[in-house]
Design a protein around this ligand. Structure first.
Ligand code: HPA
Ligand code: ZN
Length: 324
């Protein structure tokens, strides 16, 4: 079954490109940009990747992004992710980036998107991995900051398919971004949002109602509201679940407690994704394997996870058949 899982064609719908920064590349970029890191070696940095909750992770993750300065840095980051994903037979990826993580420290939006986009185009040409880009608003920052970011995003709408919402869920509910998401939607952008990761099921309901999202990022706390689970099934609303992330951030105590397979068997359109693979200990195949080991599945069930991801993707409907 290891070989089956490794070879299974995969579609990734929940990947923060900044979260794919491996410690080795972080050190390389720090040297290139003359930045001192508060660790002696990549090994020492990796040892610091132990988190009790989402906020503890975010503090380290935003610090790590500080080594990303030039267009070439963003290119190298994205290219490394694509080469690694090729090994896992990822055929299509929809990646998030956090513009404000960079613009807030004086890096131009254009620098970030240009490097990421150039690498993705090369990846499509040389590795055969198709892609979409989603720009996420940091929910701990203000509505105004998100509005300013939306202005930048709209200048690059030829490259960006949609907007998302990430960072600290608790204390920053979906309602804070209703107006921003309405404007994004009116401009023709797709919308997604992190909800029901650390926050309650109500955040999932509110993201669907107030932000008109096409899929829910994480969403595993939906089980606290059985009527919501029924609604997710009926409306075929997909969840982009990130199993290793959920264990690392203590959303579940261990993989045997994880509910993704239970949700799959109930008929919820769940998908499996890596979130921040450099920080959470694994890329796509690692996530599939970790779930499979704790919750054995049939080949059809494993394939269903990929089919759900194709259905939930922003691949043009007329082209989706070619991916199945
Ligand atoms: N949750 C919220 N914000 C994030 C995450 C996550 O899992 N990863 C990167 N930013
Ligand atoms: Zn995420």
């Amino acid at each position: 079954m290891n070989e089956f899982i490794q070879g299974l064609p995969k579609v990734e719908l929940h990947l923060h490109i900044e979260g794919s920064l491996e410690p080795e590349l972080a050190f390389e970029l720090a040297t290139r940009n003359n930045i001192a890191l508060p660790y002696d070696s990549p090994q020492a940095l990796r040892k610091a990747y132990a988190f009790d909750n989402l906020q503890a992770f975010l503090d380290i993750y935003y610090q790590g992004a500080n080594v990303l300065r030039t267009e070439q840095d963003f290119y190298d980051l994205t290219w490394a992710y694509l080469e690694r994903s090729k090994i896992d037979n990822v055929i299509h990826t929809e990646i998030f980036f956090d513009p404000q993580t960079h613009t807030e420290r004086g890096i131009e939006f254009d620098t970030v998107i240009s490097g990421i986009y150039r690498a993705l185009c090369d990846g499509q040409a040389q590795l055969g991995i198709t892609f979409q880009i989603i720009a996420c608003f940091l929910r701990h920052l203000s509505e105004q900051s998100a509005m300013n970011t939306l202005t930048d995003i709209l200048k690059h709408q030829d490259k960006i398919i949609g907007v998302g919402l990430d960072s600290s869920e608790n204390g920053h509910p979906p309602s804070k971004f209703t107006r921003v998401f309405n404007q994004a939607k009116q401009a023709g952008l797709q919308t997604v949002a992190h909800a029901g990761e650390e926050g309650p099921a109500q955040n999932i309901t509110d993201s669907i109602e107030l932000l008109s999202i096409s899929r829910v990022d994480h969403g595993v706390r939906c089980v606290e509201d059985p009527a919501l689970v029924e609604q997710l099934i009926e409306t075929k609303m997909a969840l982009t679940v990130c199993p290793l992330s959920n264990i690392k951030l203590c959303v579940f105590d261990d993989m045997s407690q994880h509910n993704v397979v239970e949700l799959l068997r109930k008929g919820v359109a769940v998908t499996i994704n890596s979130d921040d693979p450099a920080y959470f200990g694994g890329y796509m195949t690692d996530n599939f394997m970790a779930v499979y080991k704790a919750h054995p599945m049939t080949p059809d069930e494993l394939a269903q996870l990929s089919l759900n991801a194709i259905d939930a993707s922003f691949i043009e409907p007329a082209l989706k058949l070619q991916y199945r």
